[in-house]
Ligand binder design. Structure first.
Ligand SMILES: *Cc1c(COP(=O)(O)O)cnc(C)c1O
Length: 379
């Protein structure tokens, strides 16, 4: 039986030709013309040519360099959305800083403006004013940009925008990745476009861009010998992978269109079932790329639990996946401050990510529909 994956890579078909060119020119290194070309394409997609982009080997390293650019160091406090992947918070530890977790609101699953403000006020009262806020567009759904950035401005705390899952999403017609003081994309294999592994950092100016490239390439000073005055990292994107990125970003719009159709498809039959709802935008200000379609279950009304559905789909070789387990409930982060209630936890308990691969055919979607309906019927 064929396996239906959650969100597998979807090539445009032009990648091999681009890679061949790279091989012919022998730019098989973390340096070469394709890196600059890919960065320019990301900048131009953002419509902010004055916001330079640095292509890196992962979204995680982009987050790490964003923290370094904001001078985050030992003992500093950084606020992080709890409902996210561990990569959002791990780089805080690379710099010896301390995370403070904040709960979500239900409309977008992202940072609750109320709990965010409560966290800031309380941390200030304790003499630990947060030095940055990591705000995530989880599953591609934009966070409440106006509210969150108003708080950021009021308290003068910069925002690192984790747009790893949100390339091609928009808030009030502006692209995700263009809002933060710094922003981050991921091109990991499961993301909406991929370079197999990769990421990008969106900067505000050339000074930041140059510094990020410097750190990402081992902090080598411009001398005719190897001179180092700072700790460096090996974080630059491979030129071979940048060639893949160039071909991928060309089809981003198509991929977003398909992801949104998949979400609509699920909504068309799942929203008819008592206790079921497919996660959607709460107003026209938000346009999600619907990186993953999510089924929300009302445990009181639904005939079937998230875990049983997941198991039944798995029996048919259909991959589905639980929501990110809130970071403040992870054993490794349990000791850190958290502001909120049980909103993120409820989203985790009652949500299921459904197969959202853009290469799926109508027959695949019909098969998933049949199996989902059968699971409900036999519950
Ligand atoms: C994937 C992801 C990252 C990390 O990106 P990598 O390229 O895998 O390092 C960070 N934050 C979120 C929300 C992600 O989904």
């Amino acid at each position: 039986m064929k396996k239906i994956w959650l969100s597998p890579p979807h090539l445009s078909g032009n990648e091999l030709q681009k890679i061949q060119q790279v091989f012919q020119e022998n730019w098989i290194a973390p340096v070469g013309p394709q890196i600059g070309e890919f960065e320019a394409k990301i900048s131009s997609f953002l419509g902010t040519e004055n916001r330079p982009v640095v292509a890196l080997n992962s979204g995680t390293s982009a987050l790490h360099l964003a923290l370094k650019l904001l001078n985050i160091g030992k003992g500093d406090v950084v606020i992080c959305q709890s409902l996210s992947f561990a990569a959002s918070v791990n780089p805080i530890f690379y710099e010896g800083a301390t995370p403070v977790f904040v709960d979500s609101e239900k409309d977008t699953y992202n940072l609750s403006p109320d709990f965010l403000e409560e966290a800031i006020k309380d941390q200030i009262k304790k003499g630990r004013k947060p030095k940055a806020i990591i705000a995530v567009h989880i599953y591609g759904m934009p966070y409440k940009v106006a509210e969150i950035h108003r708080i950021s401005a009021q308290y003068q705390i910069p925002i690192i925008e984790d747009a790893a899952e949100a390339m091609g999403s928009f808030y009030k017609n502006n692209p995700c990745g263009s809002f933060g003081d710094l922003a981050v994309f991921s091109f990991n294999g499961n993301k909406i476009i991929t370079t197999s592994a990769g990421g990008a950092l969106v900067c505000k100016n050339e000074i930041q861009q140059n510094k990020a490239v410097f750190w990402a390439t081992q902090s080598k000073e411009s001398e005719d010998f190897y001179l180092h005055k700072e700790i460096g990292y090996n974080y630059r994107m491979s030129n071979v992978l940048a060639a893949i990125g160039i071909s991928q970003i060309e089809v981003l719009e198509k991929r977003v269109k398909k992801k949104r159709e998949i979400q609509q498809f699920y909504a068309s039959f799942l929203n008819e079932i008592e206790g079921f709802n497919v996660f959607a935008e709460s107003s026209s200000a938000f346009k999600s790329n619907h990186w993953l379609s999510i089924l929300e279950i009302d445990a009181q009304k639904s005939p079937i639990s998230v875990i049983v559905i997941m198991k039944k789909l798995a029996d048919k070789n259909i991959e589905s996946r639980r929501i990110w387990k809130p970071l403040h409930t992870q054993p490794v982060f349990a000791e850190f401050d958290f502001y909120g209630t049980d909103i993120a936890e409820k989203i985790f308990e009652n949500g299921l990510c459904l197969p959202s691969g853009t290469a799926m055919r109508e027959a695949d979607l019909d098969f998933i529909k049949t199996e989902l309906l059968a699971a409900v019927k036999n519950a």
